[in-house]
Design a protein around this ligand. Structure first.
Ligand code: KG4
Ligand code: ZN
Length: 427
């Protein structure tokens, strides 16, 4: 039997990052050779959120340079012979995640393009995010991928973006020698990003059941909206989580100066005056709703303005904004932990995954991990992606595609469709 050769070029453009990655099978394991991301954050910060038309135009500008850069970076990394033997499975140890400044790549010597085209000759499969996401953004990467598939006569693998986020956490499985001997499935995956909040039960590669999802705003969206209404920047997640952390640390410090070193008591005694609702926390389902929480924050802010005769949120003292951020994050954390805890009791997973842009939040990750440790004599393996793999990237799309390819689940360019509302279901 001839050995299967797999070298995937993966493309992701579902929202506001233009990303490309090359993944190669080495000794029967997928190895990430490059992971290039061109972020549009600066562009969208001006408007305090993603403007879909602006996003798709920016993808148009970035797509060719980013793909070329991914092909060239893969070749360079390969020449450096990363030590794939040490961490064989889903190796991201030597992975260089390059957040690239587009003006830099666009100014690159034009020689990169013929060189990149030559390197395309080694690619065996194309992978691309086909949904869910912003349609104008998806179409840019999708059509680029389709064109390469057509021109090079290569099979193509359309990937669901949520599946990609889940696989970004699986990359960590192989990094933990102590858990590799344990069973991976069934997996419960909590995927929390700017566009999605869902709990998925995964019984094997390609076998999915969505057991719960948000009925309105996603968690990341709620962070972004709360930051906006407090007059903070975009994206709101990292800003709000930093402010919340500051509040928690200062509350603890104040308490420590006068009392014993007990964090729990600190929270009680410093008197967290602001408490927001925990939407749907006890409704018996695994669904979420975060738009009411955002409205509760808005009402609080309006009251603060009225009570103090402030004309704008800029007059609200920083400490009070930090307290609002902490109270908001506590409500999010309680809801996520409660729903995950109940899902663990019902589905008894071997592994819990926390993935998506919001999984960059270490406070939430620690709380969710603690929730896993409560059950089943702490035997659940908790996986969350490396920080640079939490947000949108193409390596996660290539890693998902790798398992589709092993199952023979590949398509022809003429047979695939983009679907901005694509629900994650079994193959
Ligand atoms: O997965 P992602 O990059 O894009 C989508 O697929 O939506 O997620 C972006 C989201 C944004 O809403 C951002 O505010 C949020 O992830 N985010 C965070 C943190 N870092 C990014 N939310 C909470 N805490 C963070 N540290
Ligand atoms: Zn995402």
């Amino acid at each position: 039997m001839t050995k299967q050769i797999i070298k995937i070029l993966a493309i992701e453009t579902s929202c506001d990052e233009t990303a490309a990655s090359v993944i190669e099978m080495v000794d029967g394991e997928p190895v990430v050779l490059s992971n290039i991301i061109s972020s549009q954050i600066d562009l969208h910060a001006k408007t305090g959120g993603v403007v879909p038309e602006v996003a798709s135009r920016a993808h148009m500008e970035a797509i060719v340079p980013v793909v070329a850069e991914a092909l060239i970076a893969a070749q360079n990394n390969k020449n450096q012979e990363p030590d794939t033997k040490q961490v064989p499975n889903l190796n991201t140890k030597n992975l260089k995640v390059d957040t690239c400044d587009l003006s830099e790549i666009c100014n690159l010597d034009f020689e990169i393009y013929p060189k990149a085209i030559k390197l395309l000759g080694d690619i065996t499969h194309i992978a691309v995010t086909a949904g869910p996401g912003l349609i104008g953004s998806l179409l840019v990467g999708f059509n680029a991928a389709k064109s390469i598939s057509y021109a090079r006569d290569l099979p193509i693998v359309p990937i669901n973006h949520i599946e990609g986020h889940i696989y970004s956490a699986f990359a960590e499985y192989s990094q933990k020698p102590e858990v590799r001997s344990q069973k991976l499935f069934p997996v419960l995956a909590l995927t929390v990003s700017g566009g999605h909040t869902s709990i998925t039960l995964m019984k094997d590669h390609g076998i999915y059941e969505t057991i719960g999802q948000t009925l309105d705003d996603a968690v990341g969206e709620a962070y972004d909206k709360v930051a906006k209404l407090l007059g903070l920047g975009y994206p709101g997640g990292p800003i709000i989580s930093k402010m919340a952390e500051k509040f928690r640390n200062e509350s603890n410090n104040k308490f420590r100066q006068n009392n014993e070193n007990t964090d729990l008591l600190a929270h009680l005694l410093t008197g967290r005056l602001i408490v927001f609702p925990r939407p749907m926390i006890g409704d018996g389902t695994f669904n979420f709703s975060f738009s009411g929480l955002k409205t509760a924050v808005l009402t609080k802010v309006k009251n603060i303005l009225a009570e103090n005769n402030f004309e704008s949120v800029d007059q609200i003292p920083l400490e009070l904004k930090q307290e609002i951020a902490a109270a908001f994050e506590e409500a999010v954390s309680d809801v996520l932990c409660s729903k995950l805890g109940r899902a663990i009791s019902k589905y008894q997973p071997e592994t819990v995954v926390f993935a998506g842009g919001v999984s960059a939040n270490r406070y939430l990750a620690d709380k969710l991990q603690a929730e896993c440790e409560k059950s089943k004599e702490s035997k659940i393996v908790f996986l969350t992606p490396k920080r640079e793999m939490c947000g949108d990237n193409a390596a996660m799309i290539g890693l998902s595609a790798y398992y589709h390819i092993l199952r023979g689940d590949v398509s022809a360019w003429s047979d695939i469709k983009v679907d901005s509302n694509w629900e994650l279901v079994s193959d």
